[in-house]
Write a protein that binds this ligand. Structure first.
Ligand SMILES: [Zn+2]
Length: 86
């Protein structure tokens, strides 16, 4: 595996021990020296959390949301079949 030398460099091993190809060094961003894998991991954790929050929001507001949609679509009953599945 190769990396983009314009964006990354190999530096000190990060606290989470993300080693690059087992050479005892970590792939880091040239711009801020942050570990590439930590960043990626953080991003994925955040995305999961956001996803979870969204799901929770829908769960909690399911009735309110579908009521709103029904009210909007109420003028045209044919549209009931096209309701998004909450
Ligand atoms: Zn790391």
């Amino acid at each position: 595996m190769d990396f983009d030398e314009k964006k990354f460099f190999l530096g000190k091993l990060c606290p989470r021990g993300h080693e690059w190809n087992g050479i005892g060094q970590t792939l880091r961003y040239l711009s801020n020296e942050k570990c590439f894998f930590c960043r990626k991991q953080q991003y994925e954790e955040n995305r999961e959390k956001l996803c979870e929050q969204k799901k929770q929001y829908y769960e909690e507001n399911r009735e309110k949301l579908s009521e709103q949609i029904l009210r909007v679509l109420g003028k045209n009953k044919k549209n009931y079949n096209q309701l998004p599945l909450f």
